[in-house]
Design a binder for this molecule. Structure first.
Ligand SMILES: [Zn+2]
Length: 123
């Protein structure tokens, strides 16, 4: 089976598109108190480790850790971040649906993990 197509150039394109939203997110962070930010960071960190582990395990068997589908499957009823890896089939109009569902941080993390897996210089 063909591995998913997710080079760093794709990540650049997607991250550029998401910049606006990220800045909105930053603005909302600025309004939080210090203790709220600490809580959020702590939770995110734990969550991140768990998600990366789940991503790795699923990726090893060509599955998506978020929706459980094969990485080359695109079911219209379940828009998912893994669709972004299917450059040939992915339609730009689907991006807002995925963005709405998962948000900037999940999408950015997913694309980075994917790129790391396919890079010979894995970090
Ligand atoms: Zn998926």
């Amino acid at each position: 089976m063909k591995k998913s197509d997710c080079g760093n150039d794709l990540i650049d394109v997607m991250l550029t598109k998401m910049m606006g939203a990220a800045m909105d997110f930053q603005t909302s962070l600025d309004k939080l108190s210090d203790s709220q930010v600490d809580e959020l960071n702590g939770r995110d960190q734990k969550n991140h480790q768990e998600q990366l582990k789940a991503f790795d395990e699923a990726y090893n068997i060509d599955k998506c850790y978020l929706c459980g589908e094969s990485l080359d499957q695109m079911r219209a009823a379940k828009p998912c971040i893994h669709w972004l890896l299917q450059r040939a089939k992915f339609k730009k109009k689907d991006f807002p649906k995925i963005y709405e569902r998962y948000g900037y941080h999940n999408i950015a993390a997913f694309l980075r993990w994917c790129a790391n897996r396919e890079s010979p210089f894995r970090t």
